[in-house]
Design a protein around this ligand. Structure first.
Ligand SMILES: NC(=O)C1=CN([C@@H]2O[C@H](COP(=O)(O)OP(=O)(O)OC[C@H]3O[C@@H](n4cnc5c(N)ncnc54)[C@H](OP(=O)(O)O)[C@@H]3O)[C@@H](O)[C@H]2O)[C@@H](O)CC1
Ligand SMILES: Nc1ncnc2c1ncn2[C@@H]1O[C@H](COP(=O)(O)OP(=O)(O)O)[C@@H](O)[C@H]1O
Length: 306
């Protein structure tokens, strides 16, 4: 099984950003502004939790509910006191969307992510969530357009390796190497979307976002290459989770596949705009992810004032 026709490829139109972002109104309260559940970070990678949660809070969601171990929760409470922390079963929490997987590579947190990805609740699935998505798809589960997977090329290669190891009949061909994915990102992102049913955002210098039916790929290519640094992806997970939760809080039914691809592209664009605000206009230089996250409120304010 594979996608027969090449997808249409289109650059994301940043003019659509104001319509995709939700500013609060007089009657808003935190629960109408979107509640984002966050299941990122681990004892090995606590920084990924801190960066994704900080980014989500600074993107302006109504509430971040972080699910961690007591050690991770302690760190989050110290560094991002806005986030509400808990241990226990994530399925018992009322959230509009999830941010999953950054900095989670093993252990019981993966089982929690698997449980969340098995529901229809909207979710951004990064890093450790990507092979889990492949395992679920190989087991017969179809993901949905409101599930947004965000692999880099290495993680997308792992996705296909898992998929074809567990369900060789799902795809007509061999699992690609990382270099093959980098050579044809449109093809591989759209195949992954078509096979999984999820929206697939392939990270890189140019971001390629395939709609869940595999028919369209949106591109974003304006971001500074200085974003190529560890922790940028964790930050993007938080931004995207926040935009997704805000959207879902206003929509009880899943929106069209294009909307989720546009939300993902909006997150990449907001990330780029915040990074542009780190330096004097017209100049470029190092972009430590925590510095970028600090500019998110200014970036959002700029976009919402248009
Ligand atoms: N403070 C924190 O908590 C932070 C936590 N973080 C978290 O860390 C986790 C791991 O991140 P990661 O994406 O790099 O995954 P990892 O499995 O290591 O590699 C996967 C791919 O990379 C490649 N590769 C590796 N080394 C290479 C090299 N030297 N030169 C070239 N290629 C190399 C390798 O390719 P291969 O060579 O195997 O083909 C493979 O495809 C992730 O969950 C993230 O959220 C970070 O965001 C930062 C801060
Ligand atoms: N050359 C580049 N130009 C612009 N952005 C880039 C470039 N390379 C990587 N990025 C961005 O940096 C981030 C890297 O994500 P990822 O590899 O998952 O990092 P990590 O897991 O270490 O946080 C992504 O948001 C990606 O789009």
């Amino acid at each position: 099984m594979s996608l027969e026709n090449s997808p249409t490829v289109r650059a994301f139109d940043a003019g659509q950003l104001p319509a995709l972002l939700k500013a609060p109104g007089e009657k808003s309260h935190k629960y109408t502004r979107g509640v984002l559940g966050v299941l990122t970070g681990s004892e090995d990678y606590p920084g990924a939790a801190l960066m994704s949660v900080r980014a989500a809070v600074n993107t302006g969601v109504g509430m971040v509910r972080f699910v961690g171990t007591s050690q991770l929760n302690f760190l989050i409470n110290l560094s991002v006191p806005e986030a509400v922390c808990s241990t226990g079963d994530p399925l018992e929490l009322r959230v509009d969307a999830w941010a999953l997987g950054s900095g989670v590579s093993q252990g019981s947190r993966l089982e929690h992510i698997r449980a969340v990805l098995s529901t229809e609740t909207a979710a951004v699935g990064d890093a450790g969530a990507v092979p889990l998505a492949a395992q679920l798809v190989a087991g017969g589960r179809i993901l949905m357009q409101q599930h947004i997977l965000t692999p880099h090329a290495g993680e997308l290669a792992d996705f296909f390796t898992w998929l074809l190891a567990l369900a060789p009949n799902l795809f007509d061909g061999a699992a690609p190497e990382r270099a093959e994915i980098e050579a044809d990102p449109v093809f591989w992102a759209s195949q992954a979307a078509y096979l999984s049913g999820a929206t697939v955002l392939l990270k890189g210098g140019v971001t390629h976002i395939a709609t869940s039916d595999g028919k369209l790929v949106l591109t974003v290519e304006s971001n500074s290459p200085w974003l190529a640094t560890a922790g940028s992806g964790d930050t993007l997970t938080g931004i995207m989770g926040a935009l997704l939760a805000q959207h879902q809080a206003h929509h009880t039914q899943p929106s069209a596949p294009l909307i989720y691809a546009q939300l993902a592209a909006a997150a990449v664009t907001v990330h780029g705009l915040a990074s542009d605000l780190v330096h004097t206009p017209g100049t470029r230089g190092p972009l430590p992810p925590t510095e970028v996250a600090q500019r998110l409120p200014a970036a959002l304010a700029q976009l919402l004032s248009v």
